[in-house]
Design a binder for this molecule. Sequence first.
Ligand code: GLU
Ligand code: ZN
Length: 468
Amino acid sequence: MSSNIVTRFAPSPTGLLHLGNVRTALLNWLYARKHGGRFLLRFEDTDQDRSEQEYVDAIQADLCWLGLDWDEDVLFQSEHASSHSKALKKLAEQGLAYRCFCSETQLNLDRKLATSRGLPPRYTGHCLHLSSSESERRAATEPFVWRLRVHADDGEVVVTDALRGNVSFALRDLDDPVVVRSDGSFTFLLPNAVDDALDGITHTLRGDDHLTNSAYQAWLLERLGYTPPVYLHHGLLLGPDGAKLSKRSGSHSVAELRNEGLLPGALIQAMGRLGHPNIPETAHDAAALAAHFKAEHISTSSIRWSDEEMWRWHTRLIHELNIETLAPMIQPYVLSGSSDSMLKFAALIGKNIERASDAAHYQRLLDTHAPLGDDALAVLQEAGASFYQQALDAWQSLAEPDWKSWTVVVKENTGCKGRNLFMPLRVALSGALHGPEMSAVVAFLGKNGVIARVEDAYLACIKQQEIS
Ligand code: GLU
Ligand code: ZN
């Protein structure tokens, strides 16, 4: 299935990818993939002072890690610089863009005055009627910005929004926005819109903080003879405190999450399912998400982001990993053994960990003398040295000992049962109070492995008795 739909992700390379950007990138990716269209990556790098190659590289690496692959070569806004100038020229020739020489001080005063009169702080139109000869003359010696002549008493501009339908803006409510700063650089509005037209973008999905920008952009695209894309403005993500999710309100960079060991699929699942309760829990990869994705389910109101939900997905996905993938992930958190024993270890504890680092709780399965935590020591002490002595005797009395036959004998000899029987044995063997099935633990450790750990538990009890 292929279509003419083209979406894009258009980050400014001025920082790392954060959760909010991931949402926008993912929605554009899902929209394109769902409809058999193309998804483009465009770096909006016209702010030369703040754009860094480092971020161009990091953002691409993060998108790859997340599996959000783009079609065709990466686009750079700076490569279209001459088109941006041409577009401005064209607007200026029609009297739709003009130079403004007002100083920052003047503009601030005007805004204050407007506010004190209960009016919106809009541009006063002071430079609107300068003749072109005067404008040229002053431009030779005075600093100026370029503005679009949008504000008007009558008329409206309509933004086509896939979720909200046609959103109209009265021109009298809009301002004359600055499109070129006094240093000659373009602001976001014009290059972003012109590039969407030049890149053939049919659908622009972005946060609803851009809704008013879209009005200006639809206005200018129409006047340049382009058809604006269909916009889809999604509600913003909120942090746990209900404030807009930002670096300050606890948003994470993708790099941070990767360093914490998060599986990329967990972020994709948690993010892609926002507003999509219809997606079956069994559809666990991005392609499956795309198949179930419905743009009309994207929320126009803001939604709260939950780290817990993401980590819950992480745990689910960890449990679905094959052992060959899991083993090297847990390796850094435990004593390194042979790769064969790591595979067996991963197979044993894989379903009992939520994160790779949890493997450290089961260190004793690999190392007889791994130090025990306080909870574990308390269990040992409660059972006492004689319990372990009897457990050891029982094990050695059996020709082919396994968990079942062993516990039958220990129960008979000690009179312990239930938790008092199983817990001291579990802790002695695995070092943890919870974990894999004991018959699997016993099979993993083998005869000598069990003996060594029960002996160690016995000695630990003796030592404790001597101290107290
Ligand atoms: N460079 C803009 C940003 O990062 C792009 C916004 C858009 O998607 O149009 O906010
Ligand atoms: Zn002015």
